[in-house]
Write a protein that binds this ligand. Structure first.
Ligand SMILES: Cc1ncc(COP(=O)(O)O)c(C=O)c1O
Length: 425
């Protein structure tokens, strides 16, 4: 090829590349607050703490509670058990318990369990994981008040060895422990997976009636709603879960008839699957926690009727204009020139949470500058309309850990702050 043709070819490639680059240039994602967040921003600026806060929207929470209650009520004799670790604030739990008219809690953590026993002396508590026996022992050592563990608390066990440790604890304490047995219904996170292990645990209970009392089963099945659909439809996967559950029930009724009672707790579900259980009638105890606040990793079809009810709100401390990266200094203006969503730079109070920007629209992290838990950089287009002292709203990805990071929760109703609720410590 002649030199002139090579140059022409290169020129054409550059021109095409230029057009392609212009076409893929980021579009403006920015938009100001909608009415909901505009009202919340005004309220928090006037009456909020002007630091990172966790806001609970009671209107959305009420809607979610009522949605779960209506679903659980479809099966006569079925109860709603509130998952305490996902809603780790005694006042939040109290609010939910009152509206849902349930005293049932599922607890996963000994210090929270001791709090529950004091705060909710009437509650019925099922432990959600097989806690080390020393943890159970510590519960009894620190337990005070009228809550009666022998009547109101079910420990969870999933191996004969673990159950034997609890038997020794009961002997040492001179008390009776209620044992619920975790079933592996397909999650494969422990749980009894075969009838041999199940019989061993049941036999241990049967042989030690003074120390151990069979309390029922727990079979947790979130994967039914979370695994890719090519692995099975919700119906098909739930069918397999319930077949395993039924087999454990049938085995117990036939082989350990002495242990069977009609008031056993047959617990199942979790937020992703609770609604699917309307299709079966074996279980009588349905756990839900996270779905009442609906963080964004629970934007699932099975929770389509739920509304987001928890947001992080934090004030803008500084507005510094175009992107300005240390060391690159003026040269970093190229970022703002290229990407309209990087025309404005803000530094917020706190940051780097397990959460995603929600409002105003089009806020983005800047990984070139770097992340910070103290004063995080946020970029946006002019269209987002943010100013110093305005609030940036984020939606948590999950709630069980995030809720514990902000001090008292701020409860709002109709866009107004109505209460503040301490979290578990
Ligand atoms: C045993 C058990 N049941 C139920 C749940 C459901 O909790 P959530 O509704 O908060 O997802 C969990 C969550 O980890 C769990 O471990």
């Amino acid at each position: 090829m002649k030199r002139r043709n090579v140059l022409l070819g290169l020129g054409g490639a550059v021109a095409l590349g230029g057009i392609g680059a212009v076409l893929s240039r980021p579009k403006d994602n920015g938009a100001p607050y909608n009415d909901y967040f505009a009202a919340l921003n005004a309220e928090l600026k006037a009456n909020g703490p002007m630091r990172p806060s966790l806001v609970i929207d009671l209107d959305a929470l009420d809607h979610n509670i009522d949605t779960v209650v209506a679903s659980v009520a479809k099966e006569p004799g079925r109860h709603f058990r509130v998952v305490e670790k996902s809603l780790p604030s005694p006042k939040l739990l109290e609010y939910i318990g009152k509206r849902a008219n349930t005293k049932r809690l599922m607890s996963f953590h000994q210090p929270f369990l001791n709090h529950d026993a004091v705060m909710f002396p009437e509650s019925d508590i099922l432990i959600g994981k097989p806690l080390p026996v020393r943890s159970a022992e510590l519960f009894y050592k620190t337990h005070q008040g009228p809550f009666d563990p022998a009547r109101q608390l079910q420990w969870l066990s999933d191996t004969p060895a673990h159950a034997a440790q609890y038997l020794a604890l009961a002997k040492g304490l001179g008390t009776t422990l209620n044992l619920n047995i975790e079933l592996d219904v397909g999650l494969h996170r422990g749980g009894v997976a075969d009838m041999v292990a199940l019989t061993e645990i049941l036999q241990l209970i049967e042989d030690n009636p003074e120390q151990l009392r069979f309390a029922g089963f727990m079979g947790y099945d979130p994967f039914v709603a979370l695994v890719p659909s090519f692995l099975g439809s919700h119906d098909a996967l739930l069918g397999k879960v319930m077949a395993k559950y039924q087999a454990a029930v049938d085995h117990t009724r036939s082989q350990h008839a002495k242990l069977w009672r009609d008031d056993l707790t047959l617990n199942t579900a979790g937020s992703p699957t609770y609604k699917l259980h309307e299709a079966e009638s074996l279980s009588n105890d349905i756990s839900v926690g996270t779905g009442l606040l609906k963080p964004n990793h629970y934007d699932l079809t099975t929770l389509a009727d739920h509304k987001p009810a928890a947001y992080i709100a934090t004030p803008v401390l500084k507005a510094t204009g175009a992107v300005n990266i240390p060391g690159l200094d003026d040269k970093s203006k190229v970022f703002s020139w290229w990407d309209v969503n990087q025309r404005e730079t803000y530094f917020i109070y706190g940051g780097y949470w397990m959460a995603d920007y929600e409002s105003p629209k089009g806020l983005q992290v800047n990984n070139t500058f770097g992340r910070s838990s103290n004063q995080e950089i946020v970029n946006a287009s002019v269209a987002a309309g943010l100013k110093v002292d305005d609030q940036v709203f984020l939606r948590p990805q999950q709630v069980e850990g995030v809720l514990l990071q902000f001090g008292d929760l701020i409860a709002v109703r109709g866009g107004k702050i109505v209460d503040t609720w301490p979290v578990f410590s």
